[in-house]
Design a protein around this ligand. Sequence first.
Ligand SMILES: NC(=O)c1ccc[n+]([C@@H]2O[C@H](COP(=O)([O-])OP(=O)(O)OC[C@H]3O[C@@H](n4cnc5c(N)ncnc54)[C@H](O)[C@@H]3O)[C@@H](O)[C@H]2O)c1
Length: 273
Amino acid sequence: MDLAGRVALVTGAAKPRAIGNLVALGLAREGADLVVADLYEEGFPALAEAVGAMGRRSLGLRVDVLDAQAVEAMVEQAIAEFGHIDILVNAVGGSWSIRPEDIRDGTPPDRPVAAATCSDAEWHQIIGVNLHATFYVCRAVARHMMAARRGRIVNFSSMAGRRGGQPGSVISSGPYAVAKAGVIGLTKQLALELAPYGITVNAVAPGIIESWRGERALASVSADARERIRAAIPMGRVGAPEEVANMVVALCSGELQYVTGAVVDINGGMWSA
Ligand SMILES: NC(=O)c1ccc[n+]([C@@H]2O[C@H](COP(=O)([O-])OP(=O)(O)OC[C@H]3O[C@@H](n4cnc5c(N)ncnc54)[C@H](O)[C@@H]3O)[C@@H](O)[C@H]2O)c1
């Protein structure tokens, strides 16, 4: 897969072992230059070094993707620097550690957040970062891709967006499941609107993945609860972030240009459409 000369914008790639981090490294390995948007700016130097060692250029931008104006400015800065954006991966997401004030706090909440009982603030923040932000970045980038008449977009849904989140669990959340179902709707709508421009729009729906977030979520529950989680996965293990990143990189390649509007489940057999 040759992505030489392509420019990829990946949101949510700065934390080590975040799925977006592995996506960014995978795209660079295939030859793409990178723009990385994240609130966790401490992660930029290590990523820039790894990408530079592969002979690729990178630009790290500190952006809260829930801020539509900041997203517009980020995309304009990326275009000014690189001239074009060929690939967009929207990997930011989650239901905790998603605000500037707690981006470094790797602790899930001490109580479950349910769609039936959550506060207005919880609802707006979680729906915002997972769904609205994905829309803001897609909209800002689509304009440039439509003018160029080519592009690849991959959004992040979740198994929770397919079937709902487990009620009562602190590592899932009701509003999060709703937002991730919305990401599927957004992906399918954009796929229809952008197909005439040669732009593909797909989503991945990971199950339980040992990313930066996943590791902390699993560490926050009892050993018994961890065992129950593993036992519920037909493959008997949680997924590695690379196993999601490999699919995302493939969806960004020139080889899969007839695949659009698809949602790829990556969950060790826990759920299938
Ligand atoms: N880990 C899992 O088990 C799992 C399962 C299903 C879906 N997902 C989805 O996969 C995607 C990646 O998840 P992950 O586990 O790698 O998460 P993560 O928390 O490990 O990484 C998320 C990245 O996004 C950044 N970020 C968070 N909020 C931000 C904001 N408002 N603005 C800019 N950057 C922000 C973080 O700093 C981090 O680098 C998310 O959309 C998540 O919902 C994850």
